[in-house]
Design a protein around this ligand. Structure first.
Ligand SMILES: Nc1ncnc2c1ncn2[C@@H]1O[C@H](COP(=O)(O)OP(=O)(O)O)[C@@H](O)[C@H]1O
Ligand SMILES: [Mg+2]
Length: 236
């Protein structure tokens, strides 16, 4: 059976689609068969896939499909669960019943957090939603926050410095969530691949691509370490 992860934030432009494609490329490079599900009606992920095909940049070990309704998400997962190692859902950018379905179907929910107050609040909402779903359905969906679009000068911003205490505050209030140490920097290459260039991992290894690859590789390693750590904790 495949594992299912979802990238969730109510905020449009939070960095969901970018995060989903970056980690999908890394898992695919590690020989995992990855199914990306575009559950956002804006269809940015599906658009990327179409452009990749139009330009002949077709990633190995990755498939993309769309599922814009509750039933479609369930059907796609049921249908493909044997054919892929990992399903990654790019969730809709608005609070909806579909988002609830996506969370319920997932083992891990990841929220991108930019250093902006709206983005931080949206991550907090997702934490609350995941915790509600866990309480309501007796699940133990794991929630992780990933800082993205970080710049060196941006680390001086009040909003950036607020992220860590904000997540700590959620934990103090008994919400289960973590802030990952790996951050995604603001990088042109992350933007450019959305233009049908395939995955990050398919790009020529320039200095900037190398730095990006190191970052995404570390992120996936941290996600997996957290995931297995939490699984051990839940079983104990
Ligand atoms: N780490 C990053 N570095 C540079 N650009 C980014 C980064 N993350 C997101 N972006 C850009 O920000 C915009 C919104 O990101 P996107 O992933 O589409 O957000 P969402 O899917 O949440 O709406 C896109 O133009 C994307 O290329
Ligand atoms: Mg998107």
């Amino acid at each position: 059976m495949s594992r299912t992860y979802a990238v969730v934030s109510n905020k449009g432009g939070a960095g969901k689609t970018t995060l989903a494609t970056l980690i999908a490329g890394e898992y695919a490079l590690q020989s995992q068969r990855v199914l990306l599900i575009d559950a956002d009606s804006r269809q940015n992920l599906a658009g990327w896939w179409k452009l990749c095909h139009a330009k002949g940049n077709i990633p190995a070990n990755i498939e993309v499909t769309t599922a814009a309704t509750q039933r479609a998400v369930g059907d796609v997962i049921k249908k493909w669960t044997g054919s892929f190692d990992l399903v990654i859902i790019d969730a809709p950018g608005v609070d909806s019943v579909l988002q609830n379905t996506v969370i319920r179907a997932s083992e891990v929910v990841i929220s991108p957090v930019q250093p902006g107050i709206k983005e931080i609040e949206a991550a907090g909402q997702t934490v609350a939603e995941v915790n509600d779903v866990n309480d309501q359905y007796g699940l133990s969906v794991i929630h992780m926050n990933v800082r993205t679009r970080i710049t060196l000068p941006g680390r001086n911003l009040e909003a950036y410095r607020y992220i860590r205490p904000f997540v700590a505050g959620l934990r103090d209030a008994n919400y289960k969530t973590v802030l990952l140490e790996t951050e995604l920097f603001e990088r042109n290459i992350y933007r450019e691949i959305q233009n049908g260039l395939g995955t990050l991992q398919m790009q020529e290894l320039t200095d900037s691509v190398r730095k990006a690859r190191v970052e995404v590789n570390a992120l996936v390693a941290e996600i997996e370490a957290r995931r297995s750590g939490d699984a051990v904790e839940a079983a104990a």
